[in-house]
Design a protein around this ligand. Structure first.
Ligand code: GDP
Ligand code: MG
Length: 211
């Protein structure tokens, strides 16, 4: 593991590893990115949030492990769904949000997924798709099946939630993503271990052949 990543991920606390996870929230304007972030951080839904882009941090104990979760609540213009390379590289995991009443916001998630996959592979950065505002059923423009299908074809997890109505489903989204980031890191670590063994074996056998 590279030194920089090691110091970021494995600040040791006694025998317990303290982990840090960077989560980037993306999606069109007004889909509820800030509402989801505030719900997760404070358990509350306050209704109006303003348009400030921020990074928040919070300590969580998940499966007995202390995890520092950093959330970048990104902000886009009303017509754009642009994401910077800096944001894409910063993230260990991403949440792509759309509003079930706004088909344009679903299309924006498709576009953002293409952007994401150009610079981050699923093996390095898990993505969760969130369909928000499920309390507004009578205004629904995107079916649950469409969201689920998009997630399935793109190798993402899918949740339909209401930031306005429930805290628990929002909590599940963040915890699931943290679990996926941990799994991704564990896989990378074990495949780096296998590569190391293969390198040592080829060094030994290569040497033997040369003698
Ligand atoms: P952002 O631009 O993606 O950060 O969107 P905001 O979090 O600022 O939310 C935009 C608007 O949608 C606000 O008026 C919120 O109160 C509203 N909103 C967010 N989540 C929900 C939800 O689950 N249900 C309903 N009915 N409204 C929501
Ligand atoms: Mg916002």
């Amino acid at each position: 593991m590279v030194v920089e990543e090691k110091s970021r991920v494995e600040a040791m606390e006694g025998n317990q590893q303290r982990m840090e996870v960077n989560i980037l929230l993306m999606g069109a304007h007004n889909v509820g990115k800030t509402a989801l972030t505030v719900r997760f951080l404070t358990r509350r839904f306050i209704g109006e949030y303003g348009d400030m882009e921020s990074v928040y941090s919070r300590m969580e104990r998940i499966h007995g492990q202390e995890i520092c979760i950093n959330i970048w609540d990104s902000q886009v213009g009303e017509k754009s769904c642009w994401v910077s390379e800096k944001q894409l590289q910063w993230a260990d995991g991403m949440i792509l949000v759309y509003d079930i009443c706004d088909r344009g916001s679903f299309d924006a998630v498709r576009q953002q997924l293409q952007l994401v996959r150009r610079s981050r592979k699923p093996a390095s950065c898990p993505v969760v798709i969130v369909a928000n505002k499920r309390d507004l059923q009578h205004h629904r423009r995107v079916s649950g099946e469409e969201g689920r299908l998009l997630a399935l074809t793109q190798g993402c997890c899918f949740f339909e939630v209401s930031a306005a109505e429930t805290y628990h489903s929002v909590l599940l989204v963040f915890h699931r993503l943290v679990d996926l980031v941990r799994e991704t890191r564990a896989l990378r670590k074990s495949s780096a271990g296998v590569r190391g063994i293969v390198r040592s074996m080829s060094a030994v056998f290569g040497k033997k052949r040369a003698e």
